[in-house]
Design a binder for this molecule. Structure first.
Ligand code: HEC
Ligand code: HEC
Ligand code: HEC
Ligand code: HEC
Ligand code: HEC
Length: 180
């Protein structure tokens, strides 16, 4: 077959191949874009209530994150902590009132955790806040002045960030230190 091709056809082929490549890359681009979008979407979290860190700026973080300076886990506040200061919902929009009413009935307002490490990683807040005297924002970014909950961590937990600081602070970077 190939041997009987006219010169016309032979010239058309590279052009056709080029447009085929363009189409393939466009499809690939769309797939990557779609996958990327889904991946970001999957990571995003919506909190049940529009908590406002900035309005609580003067308070000690440990009022709500009780373990932040004394335990392995920082923790997120139970609804009873909010009720110590707010007898009713501080936000008056319909949705907020509904969520507050439900929380009052069940005694629970479930915050969703953003920052996390896999099971094979050991991380202790106490070590880093009390002993190493690191500021929360070093690892979490500027949460304290947020007016509404972020949907993604303001700073991502990464092995690189952990190890870079450990190297800088002359801590061992043995795998077994963090992977237990
Ligand atoms: C130690 C007391 C205290 C605790 C505990 C507390 N708050 Fe507040 N909260 C305040 C004060 C004071 C303000 C600022 C004055 C105001 O707007 O009522 C405030 C303001 C707010 C606002 C902003 C209201 C606005 O108009 O923008 C929200 C939302 C809020 N609190 C929600 C919560 C939630 C949810 C919890 C529990 C996780 C909580 N608070 C725990 C004292 C507290
Ligand atoms: C009055 C209660 C309250 C106080 C005080 C408070 N927080 Fe929070 N914090 C919350 C609540 C509720 C959430 C979950 C909703 C959100 O993200 O806003 C949260 C979420 C966070 C998160 C995200 C945790 C995760 O899941 O990754 C960080 C980081 C954080 N707070 C840091 C701080 C720091 C730093 C301070 C002190 C400067 C502080 N908070 C003071 C109530 C509080
Ligand atoms: C050296 C880095 C580092 C510092 C400093 C740090 N954190 Fe964290 N924080 C993390 C990591 C990593 C996680 C995820 C931990 C996990 O999954 O066990 C986390 C998780 C959290 C959470 C989510 C709830 C939980 O218990 O896992 C809150 C809230 C929080 N930190 C608040 C704080 C506050 C408040 C401070 C300052 C007093 C602080 N952190 C200081 C790295 C840090
Ligand atoms: C900004 C600096 C910094 C970052 C970021 C940091 N660390 Fe550390 N880490 C330290 C310092 C300093 C110490 C030594 C604390 C002490 O004095 O005990 C330490 C100690 C430790 C220890 C030893 C505690 C023990 O009980 O043996 C572990 C494990 C650890 N870090 C894990 C992590 C992990 C996992 C991350 C990332 C999620 C991380 N660190 C991020 C500075 C950091
Ligand atoms: C200072 C703490 C620390 C040290 C030291 C450390 N890791 Fe990690 N490692 C982490 C954290 C945190 C994660 C989770 C990262 C994430 O969730 O993106 C991780 C994730 C991993 C993963 C899972 C794949 C990935 O990238 O998420 C592997 C594999 C791994 N580490 C291997 C090692 C090896 C091998 C060493 C020694 C050469 C080592 N780690 C040293 C903190 C550490």
């Amino acid at each position: 077959m190939n041997t009987v091709e006219t010169t016309d056809n032979a010239q058309e082929r590279p052009a056709r191949r080029k447009s085929l490549t363009v189409i393939l890359f466009s499809i690939l681009g769309l797939l990557v874009g779609f996958w990327g979008y889904r991946a970001v979407e999957a990571l995003q979290l919506t909190q049940p209530y529009k908590f406002n860190h900035a309005a609580h700026y003067t308070m000690d973080c440990a009022i709500c994150h009780s373990g932040a300076r004394s335990e392995v886990h920082s923790g997120l506040p139970p609804f009873s902590t909010c009720q110590k200061c707010h007898a009713t919902s501080p936000l008056k929009d319909k949705e907020a009132l509904k969520v507050w009413q439900e929380a009052t009935a069940t005694g629970e307002l479930r915050w969703r955790k953003l920052a996390s490490t896999p099971d094979h990683v050991y991380f202790s807040h106490l070590r880093h806040t009390k002993f190493a005297k690191l500021e929360c924002q070093t690892c979490h970014g500027d949460m304290a002045t947020r007016k509404s909950p972020p949907m993604l961590p303001m700073k991502r937990v990464s092995m690189k960030a952990c190890r870079d600081c450990h190297r800088e602070k002359h801590q061992s970077t043995d795998c077994a230190r963090c992977h237990r």
